[in-house]
Ligand binder design. Structure first.
Ligand code: COI
Length: 356
């Protein structure tokens, strides 16, 4: 991990234009403990960031009982403004994910209050350059030292912060995705809609194979029919076909993205037709072949709005929007990032100012 140099007043100094994603971390962390004999969640603490010391039998390390979230903080129009985007949705999703893997939920007010205290403490770390933000990673892990398979009785919740730029190495340029029908990510009744580590572990082998073939990400298909399109794993996916914006419906296997929800609202208010429905890979290939596929883009907290320039399915490449960023993706990127940074109006009340 990179060591971040300081200026004379002790503030971190780093190149905001070359941050990448998740490589440097701020000075402090938040921890909250859970134990039944202390009445549940207790002892919130903001302290210098430190390594976790875990017993080798810690249950999370063996059975993966874990949940995480991803959010971003932005410096607003004045240095006193520190803006979060729809944090209530992330907190609600965090607790829903917890419920799926038998982790006791946190009080949303405590979560929000403690997280905001941490962000304010490390406010010098929030980058200001266009396209940058302070990424927030709340995480909860099962910490009983025990080798039997059951839910842990004790948990550690922590939040760490990382100044970030673009998630993908391409920056905010279009990415190439590979459709896999060799591996599957999730099926109904599984944990696909929970933000838990298992989903990401399940995606790695396919992603490695896609990288080796020159692709940035994998587009997942439904595990049962290997036909209907699901999501990219690091982002939800949208298609513009004959001026209709189509995104796979939430049916338990894909992450209910906060940016996905924002795109749906926002695009409808721009007057675009947006439909949440099943879309098969055959429909996508036909649209690409008959020229009615206008653009593809992904959405996610880390990925923001990420245009897709090409997809490969069964060995055949399909170029999208002449390999360029489509007009709807460009508009949504501009409007959503504008709202997130306070540069554009927020008619929805989505932006929460947690400044001083
Ligand atoms: C996010 O978009 O915040 C994510 O958590 C996706 C990825 C970085 C795991």
């Amino acid at each position: 991990m990179a060591t971040v140099p300081r200026n004379r007043t002790g503030s971190p100094v780093y190149d905001e234009d070359n941050l990448g994603f998740g490589q440097i971390f701020t000075d402090h962390m938040l921890t909250i403990q859970y134990s039944p004999d202390r009445g549940g969640w207790h002892s919130p603490e903001i302290k210098p960031r430190e390594d976790l010391v875990l017993h080798p039998a810690t249950m999370m390390l063996h059975y993966g009982q874990q949940v995480f979230e991803g959010m971003k903080a932005f410096v607003g129009p004045t240095d006193d403004d520190l803006l979060l985007f729809r944090p209530d949705m992330n907190i609600a999703r965090f607790n829903k994910s917890c419920q799926r893997v038998c982790i006791p939920p946190l009080d949303p007010a405590v979560f929000m209050d403690q997280m905001c205290r941490l962000i304010r403490k490390d406010r010098d770390w929030v980058p200001k350059s266009p396209g940058t933000s302070l990424y927030i990673r709340p995480t909860v892990i099962a910490v009983d030292p025990f080798l039997g398979v059951r839910p842990s009785k004790t948990y550690l919740f922590y939040v760490i912060l990382s100044p970030v730029g673009a998630y993908y190495p391409e920056g905010f340029q279009p990415v190439k995705i590979m459709v896999t029908d060799k591996y599957v990510r999730a099926c109904r009744g599984g944990v696909g809609e929970a933000k838990t580590a298992a989903n990401y572990a399940a995606s790695l082998l396919a992603a490695e194979e896609a990288h080796e073939a020159g692709f940035t990400q994998v587009l997942w298909l439904n595990a049962v029919d290997k036909r209907s399109i699901e999501e990219v794993g690091t982002m939800n996916i949208f298609f513009r076909i004959r001026d209709e914006i189509v995104t796979p419906a939430l049916e338990g296997t894909i992450l209910p993205g906060v940016t996905r929800d924002s795109v749906i609202h926002f695009a409808r208010d721009l007057g675009l037709k947006v439909t949440e429905r099943t879309i098969s890979i055959d429909e996508l290939v036909s649209a690409a072949e008959d020229g009615t596929l206008q653009e593809i883009f992904g959405s996610g907290t880390a990925a923001v709005i990420s245009p897709v320039s090409l997809f490969r399915y069964k060995g055949k490449d399909h170029v999208v929007a002449d390999g360029k960023t489509g007009e709807v993706a460009a508009k949504l990127f501009e409007e959503i990032t504008g709202m997130q940074t306070g540069a554009k109006p927020d008619p929805y009340g989505w932006v929460v100012n947690i400044g001083r």
